[in-house]
Design a protein around this ligand. Sequence first.
Ligand code: CMP
Length: 140
Amino acid sequence: MIERTLSIVKPDGVAKNLIGEVVRRFEAAGLKVVALKMVRLDRGEAEGFYHVHRERPFFASLVAFMSSGPIVPMVLEGEDAIARVRTVMGSTDPAKAGAGTIRKDFASSIEKNIVHGSDGPATASFEIGYFFSALEIPPR
Ligand code: CMP
């Protein structure tokens, strides 16, 4: 099924000059970038994006990290896009990520893991809407 999902190049990925490399890997995997921008979240905006994790012990640190510098959210479209993006990213923890994945190759920790990808259709819908208005995304 053709899906859309949200990915983000996180502040560590932007700082390490990996925007192009992340986009290249997604495109090489058959995904199409249908929207993309650079933004900087404030604390409240980062808290809102990760609200499902608000009870986790790492929440405050995650919010501080995600609001520490510019990020590049993008909407990716393609066959099974949600799972495909997660395959290209690799496991959340880079120590557990497979060879050739973005996180294995570039992430420095389970928190500073370069890239985010939606984990399911409902999350993708919420996350796309968090960063992009209807006017910024081409109709399907
Ligand atoms: P992401 O895929 O964006 O989803 C939630 C984020 O929380 C995750 O990537 C990591 O950046 C961070 N995260 C998840 N688990 C942990 C953890 N155990 N310790 C610190 N940060 C974590």
